[in-house]
Write a new protein. Structure first.
Length: 87
């Protein structure tokens, strides 16, 4: 699965890469070079980040599913005990 980002987000990411390179390296990069770097990172490292996020969500959902029985549990055979309290 290829990770895609919205066009506007891509523009902002490219500008951020250009700025980072300008402020941290002796040679700045062009927009085209920054776009290439972004594509590389999305293809090479993006799946790692994506898979970690999915695993984190699965873990949280699993924890919530384990709590469902506590939140919605109802005791069976409560008719007679309730009747006894009413008398």
């Amino acid at each position: 699965m290829t990770i895609q980002i919205a066009k506007e987000s891509r523009k902002e990411a490219i500008a951020s890469i250009e700025r980072y390179c300008r402020e941290n390296f002796p040679e700045p990069v062009s927009g085209l070079e920054a776009d290439g770097l972004l594509s590389f990172f999305l293809e090479e490292i993006g799946p790692l980040v994506y898979n970690k996020a999915v695993a984190d969500v699965q873990e949280r959902l699993q924890a919530r599913v384990m709590e469902v029985d506590i939140e919605v549990h109802e005791e069976a055979f409560q008719y007679w005990p309730k009747q006894g309290r009413r008398r």
